[in-house]
Ligand binder design. Sequence first.
Ligand code: PEP
Length: 259
Amino acid sequence: MEKLARPVIAGNWKMHKTISEARHLAADIVSQAASLSQASLILIPPFTAIQEVKKTVSGSHLLVGGQDLFWEEEGAFTGEISARQLKEAGCDVVIVGHSERRQYFGETDETVKKKVLAALRHELRPIVCIGENLEERKSGETLKKIKSQLENGLFGLPAEDFSQVILAYEPIWAIGTGQNATPEQAEEVHSYIRQLIDVNYGQELAACAIILYGGSVKPANAFSLIKEKDIDGFLVGGASLQAESFMGIVSEACRADEG
Ligand code: PEP
């Protein structure tokens, strides 16, 4: 799989945008992204719009992703989508274990692992989401939760597979709430994740690992977050639904990279 340049900024459109709305948004982003080609940008529309978005970004450096996948190759699994289907539709990347999937659709660390393996079999780079809820943060259990999600969902993978995974630290209390983690709160968890990767896979892989932050990222807080040593980019929800706010985040992230 192609190596991704930092910063990596992915927009998760969730259950927003029809095909024509998606085409317009993708076209707006492409037209503003040419001057910011040092960043790796990933658009993650709903399944119905993947092909259209792929067509719209062709010829640019933007990548396209899926929001979820099922681990079987094919079969009687109504409503599910396979890695092979995503790949042929134009995806390079797929989100796995988003907290909304964990919260509303029964995703567990075990299903995350199966999905990661299915994605890798088809050369789709998984973005695996981990993070604590408010209660866990308040009771000082954040790092324990992160460690258990990584140990149960990912650390059994061979190094070659793990090296393809993008991690996204997304504190659940910060998603869609307007209340982002402070740069210090986020960095504490990001550097802990890198330390755990070091212990499990060694220093080289830890240094190369891409660890995104997600949770109410917007242009106004992107610069201070990306300035932290272990934050390599963002997974953006709400602010990715408009070209102006998404590209505002991208340009803040690139500005920090230059300075
Ligand atoms: C997300 O859902 O991954 C996310 C980070 O959402 P938001 O940016 O809206 O908090």
